[in-house]
Design a protein around this ligand. Sequence first.
Ligand SMILES: NC(=O)c1ccc[n+]([C@@H]2O[C@H](COP(=O)([O-])OP(=O)(O)OC[C@H]3O[C@@H](n4cnc5c(N)ncnc54)[C@H](O)[C@@H]3O)[C@@H](O)[C@H]2O)c1
Length: 325
Amino acid sequence: MDRIKAAFVGCGGICNFHLSHLVQFDDVDYVGFMDIRPERAREKAAQVGGAPVFDTYCQMLDEAKPDVLYICVPPDQHGTIEFEAIKRKIHFLVEKPMALSMELATKIRDAVAKAGIITAVGFQDRYLDVIEKTREFLKGRQVGLVDGAWLGGIPGVYWWPTYATSGGQIVEQNIHLFDMLRYLFGEPERVYCAAARGIVQREGYDLHDYSSAVITFKNKVIATLFTGCYLGRNVPNKNGLHIRCADADIRYVLRQSVELDTGSYVEQHRKEIDQGVTEDRTFLDAVKTNNPSIIRSPYADACKSLALTLACNESIATGKEIVLD
Ligand SMILES: NC(=O)c1ccc[n+]([C@@H]2O[C@H](COP(=O)([O-])OP(=O)(O)OC[C@H]3O[C@@H](n4cnc5c(N)ncnc54)[C@H](O)[C@@H]3O)[C@@H](O)[C@H]2O)c1
């Protein structure tokens, strides 16, 4: 396969993110855009110099016959789109969170495996150069405690402020750091999460304003992750992770830098490559060369991060610690 035919369902913010990378490649043909708001699909089609726009994704998949489909819809809109792609054996990159229930996510995961198609989930941070350096540095080191945070305000997208449409901030947003913990420390064993509300006053909003999750990993690492959406604009905060090794201290600033500090020397690394470009290039190369092993977050693996974040929601709802499979 010399060139790759790409189509897009959902033409909002994250579609833009992927397109901004794809236009840097010279082997992509844009064969279709579809959005329930057709003006958005037209806008993206124009952005790439003109491309077909479709009323439905089934029509797009049948007529445009893409090699790859980018699924960039809100969290509550998954299911049929994936099954239609799987039925036609179209490889896909789907944005996180890939579903709002494990029942749906595992059905999609199993159908993907049966069809033998290539999938990627939008955990862009796995492609960061500073995370590669962190993983290298962690080799052979003993880690006890980790803490981290993803705090901010409320994003402007219409579906964000309710559990029914976004899954809440842990599932929709901080899933990136929960996934990163898995990428660095392996599989979690159990999680307890406390959450509260009362600061954010906004009509139609039913999320928790902040939460704190304590995750125990199978290798005995204990991590505490803060999640919050109650900060006002311009309130300073540094999101990321602080990893306490027996012989070193690691300070990762989200998507910016990492400090690897042994006490006798400090290595400071700033992000030098665009992880989004690497994420998209890797997915396309995996399809072109039929080599899914280069994808750092295939659907089946991403399901485990989704399960961890949904377990946080369950812990908040029940007040109990949740044991993971
Ligand atoms: N990986 C990342 O870092 C990252 C960053 C931002 C967003 N996201 C994820 O991407 C997804 C989309 O977020 P966004 O910021 O692009 O939202 P958005 O609201 O900007 O865009 C979503 C688009 O999907 C369209 N849409 C809704 N339902 C549809 C349907 N059934 N069929 C076709 N189109 C439909 C909407 O009209 C909208 O244009 C979310 O799951 C979000 O969590 C991931």
